[in-house]
Design a protein around this ligand. Structure first.
Ligand SMILES: *[C@@H]1O[C@H](CO)[C@@H](O)[C@H](O)[C@H]1NC(C)=O
Ligand SMILES: *[C@@H]1O[C@H](CO)[C@@H](O)[C@H](O)[C@H]1NC(C)=O
Ligand SMILES: *[C@@H]1O[C@H](CO)[C@@H](O)[C@H](O)[C@H]1NC(C)=O
Ligand SMILES: *[C@@H]1O[C@H](CO)[C@@H](O)[C@H](O)[C@H]1NC(C)=O
Ligand SMILES: *[C@@H]1O[C@H](CO)[C@@H](O)[C@H](O)[C@H]1NC(C)=O
Length: 445
């Protein structure tokens, strides 16, 4: 039954196809950039005689195949399996200058006297595989994609295992491999019908990168679900030891333990990401924690590199977790703006009272100049209360505020979801006193 299902699937999905339009190829070598030279004529593949075969000719083959630099001009007989008896030798000689884009631009002499003992071979650079994990929750988990000829391809899931995953995790500085889920477990790349790489890699598990693993050409990829990799990652981020939630020592959680972040590589772009991730406001500053706010325990993160657009610190690249030469003197502290927050104080419920807004860690009141029904409604909406009961609120009922008057001349259109989106004077600029504090009464939710 299993075999039948396999055959049916194979029939309906079919093998993935080659998409090469090249008229030269290298066969029998350890990778697609080394082997016996074959050229195509009228749909048939034949060999090239090694008369006059030199580095200029190999250079052109390497260029045509996108294989980097020419390395050597081996004999084609070194590569197995050897040529079929029926296979023809097509060319006696190829005469390239070395700058041609492909072999068909070189002068070619038709064969008149040559056997397969004289087949030409070519060795170019081993193609390097640039790898990334796409569609996952962070940069250390996702569908395996490798770049070839400037295009990202998925890897076939067949033949993909923990050794290969270990190498990918190492190459991406992502710690230990944890699993090899199917690539289909992750969000597809938008809008593209992604090609499958017609190559497998066999790794021992200790290689530094995927390029160092042994490549094996494949000719089809049944059940194409793509390969996936899950490496270890930071679990969480927080700011501790500060006077408020959005200021303090940066700590990340890994292997269930909170640890600190080292100054190496750390800059305001990384702070921006942390502030965004924590739902705080703008990134204000970052500096080394002073001795009283230093952390203890592991120093998990160093060599952090964020562009500032990442949605979480987990998406920035970094050194291997826990592997660095930092000390707690290098612990980083940051300050983000507080999130814009509101509250109604002095009432019987959270839905009535004097209006206060949080700014720079301090609660302050709002002046009633220009305050009207739209503004009232926006506050009730933002607090998740019921309808605004404007204009019933009288500040005398709730008591005047003390301290800061943060906002004045607030103007909402009524469409805003929060007071933050309304216009107002610059924070702290006003011509009011606390007699003019705004109070709001909303119905209960
Ligand atoms: C070889 O390169 C020339 C010039 O770019 C191009 O016109 C021709 O189609 C190429 N031939 C092959 C077989 O790629
Ligand atoms: C891959 O690792 C090998 C050693 O295993 C090293 O020589 C090579 O430079 C590395 N390549 C890249 C692209 O990092
Ligand atoms: C922070 O460093 C990253 C590279 O690690 C760089 O791309 C970014 O522009 C830097 N940001 C700032 C604000 O210097
Ligand atoms: C730590 O320092 C040693 C000695 O200077 C160096 O060989 C090693 O590469 C450093 N490790 C890291 C992760 O920076
Ligand atoms: C009012 O708000 C405070 C602080 O946000 C909260 O602890 C309390 O549960 C709220 N009370 C009601 C009735 O929602």
């Amino acid at each position: 039954m299993a075999l039948l299902v396999f055959l049916l699937l194979a029939f309906f999905t079919g093998p993935a196809q080659f998409e090469s339009s090249s008229t030269v190829r290298l066969v029998g070598g350890p990778h697609r950039c080394e082997g016996r030279v074959e050229v195509q004529q009228n749909g048939e593949w034949g060999t090239v005689c090694d008369d006059g075969w030199g580095m200029e000719d190999v250079a052109v083959v390497c260029r045509e195949l996108n294989c980097g630099e020419a390395k050597w001009t081996p004999s084609g007989t070194l590569y197995t399996p050897s040529t079929d008896k029926d296979q023809k030798v097509f060319l006696q000689e190829v005469i390239c200058q070395g700058h041609e884009l492909n072999l068909s631009q070189c002068d070619q002499v038709e064969v008149f006297d040559c056997t397969h003992d004289e087949d030409a071979g070519a060795q170019c650079e081993k193609p390097s595989l640039t790898v990334r994990l796409a569609g996952g929750p962070h940069r250390c988990e996702g569908r395996v994609e490798v770049q070839q000829n400037g295009e990202w391809h998925t890897m076939c899931h067949a033949g993909w295992g923990m050794e290969e995953a270990a190498v990918v995790c190492r190459e991406l500085n992502c710690g230990e491999a944890k699993g090899t889920p199917r690539g289909t477990a992750y969000e597809p790349s938008t809008g593209t019908d992604q090609k499958v790489l017609m190559q497998e890699v066999i790794c021992q598990g200790h290689e530094l990168n995927l390029t160092a693993c042994e490549p094996v050409d494949i000719f089809d990829c049944f059940h194409n679900e793509g390969a996936g990799v899950q490496c270890e990652m930071l679990e969480n981020v927080r700011l501790v030891g500060g006077p408020r939630r959005c200021k303090g020592r940066v700590e990340v959680k890994h292997q269930g333990k909170w640890g600190t972040v080292c100054k190496a590589g750390w800059n305001l772009s990384a702070v921006k990401v942390v502030c965004r991730q924590l739902g705080c406001g703008k990134a204000l500053l970052t500096k080394r924690c002073c001795s009283t706010t230093q952390g203890q325990g592991p120093i998990w993160l160093s060599e952090v590199s964020c562009s500032g657009r990442e949605l979480s610190l987990q998406r920035c690249s970094s050194g291997i977790l826990g592997k660095n030469n930092c000390t707690h003197d290098d612990d980083m502290c940051v300050e983000c703006e507080d999130p814009f927050d509101l509250r109604l104080v002095g009432g019987d419920t959270n839905c009535s009272g004097r209006l206060e807004v949080l700014h720079k860690g301090e609660w302050g009141s709002v002046c009633d100049d220009g305050w009207g029904e739209e503004e009232d409604r926006t506050v009730c909406k933002q607090l998740g209360c019921g309808e605004s009961l404007f204009p019933s609120a009288k500040i005398q009922k709730f008591g005047r505020g003390v301290g800061r008057i943060w906002l004045d001349d607030v103007r909402c259109s009524g469409k805003e979801k929060s007071l933050e989106q309304c216009q107002h004077r610059f924070w702290g600029h006003h011509d009011c006193n606390h007699k003019e504090d705004v109070a709001v009464i909303c119905s209960e939710p």
